[in-house]
Design a protein around this ligand. Structure first.
Ligand code: SF4
Length: 203
C-alpha cells in the first residue's frame, strides 16, 4: 500500500512502515542463514556437526550432554545421536562418564576437534563483521540477542546465556573462589565464567 494512500491515517501508516522494515530484516536474517548453511558444508562435515563442535567447545561442564545439546540445537534426539556418532567416529568428540551423575555421559571436543575448529567456516562471517565499527557491532549484537531471546521464549526454549551474566554467578564467595554457582553449589573457574550454560538465567 502506498504512503499517499495511508497518509490520512497516521497509525496505519506507521504500522505499514514497521511491518515493511520487520519483513525486510527477517528476509536478511533468512538470507544470511542460508549463506552460513551453504558455507558449513566443508571439511567433510555438515552444518549441524559444525554447530555441535562449536557448542561443545563453549558450553560449561554442566551443559555438555546429549540432552543439553538437543535442547540447544532444538532438533530431534535421533539427529543429535547420529551427529554425535559421526563426530565420535571421526575422533572429533569423545564421551566420558559424568562424575556428578554416573548414569549419564559428558561430552567434549578432542584435540583433533579443536584443531578442526581452526577451519570453522563461520570465520568468513566473523571477518566480515570485524569490518564493522564497534558501535555497529554492539547495536547488531544487542538487536540479534533480543530477537533470538524472543523467538526462543516463544517456543519455551532456554537461552544458554553466558555464566558471568547469570543471576546465580557469584565472584569471591566463601564456598568457592574465584567464582561460585549458587544454584548448582559448585566452584567455578575463571574460564567457566565465559562459557554458556543450560541453567543460565540472566541477571
Ligand atoms: S552460575 Fe548460572 S550459568 Fe553459571 S553454572 Fe551456575 S547456573 Fe550455570
Amino acid at each position: 500500500m502506498s504512503v499517499i494512500a495511508n497518509a490520512c491515517n497516521c497509525n496505519r501508516y506507521y504500522d505499514v512502515m514497521n511491518d515493511s522494515r520487520a519483513t525486510h530484516i527477517a528476509a536478511l536474517v533468512e538470507r544470511i542463514g542460508r549463506l552460513l548453511n551453504t558455507e558449513a558444508h566443508t571439511e567433510g562435515l555438515l552444518p549441524v556437526q559444525w554447530e555441535t563442535l562449536r557448542y561443545l567447545n563453549k558450553a560449561n561442564k554442566f551443559s555438555r550432554t546429549a540432552a543439553t545439546l538437543t535442547a540447544y540445537l532444538g532438533i530431534t534426539k535421533g539427529t543429535v545421536s547420529q551427529t554425535l556418532k559421526t563426530l565420535e567416529a571421526r575422533r572429533l568428540v569423545k564421551k566420558h562418564v559424568d562424575r556428578r551423575d554416573r548414569r549419564s555421559n559428558q561430552l567434549s571436543t578432542t584435540a583433533k576437534g579443536k584443531k578442526m575448529l581452526e577451519s570453522d567456516p563461520l570465520a568468513i562471517t566473523v571477518s566480515a563483521l570485524d569490518q564493522l565499527d564497534k558501535t555497529s557491532q554492539k547495536a547488531l549484537s544487542t538487536s540479534l540477542e533480543s530477537l533470538l531471546s524472543m523467538r526462543l521464549a516463544a517456543q519455551d526454549r532456554r537461552p544458554f546465556g553466558q555464566c558471568r551474566n547469570c543471576r546465580f554467578f557469584t565472584p569471591d564467595h566463601a564456598e568457592g573462589s574465584p567464582n561460585y554457582c549458587l544454584l548448582l553449589r559448585e566452584t567455578l573457574s575463571a574460564s567457566d565464567a565465559g562459557q554458556i550454560c543450560f541453567e543460565q538465567i540472566a541477571k
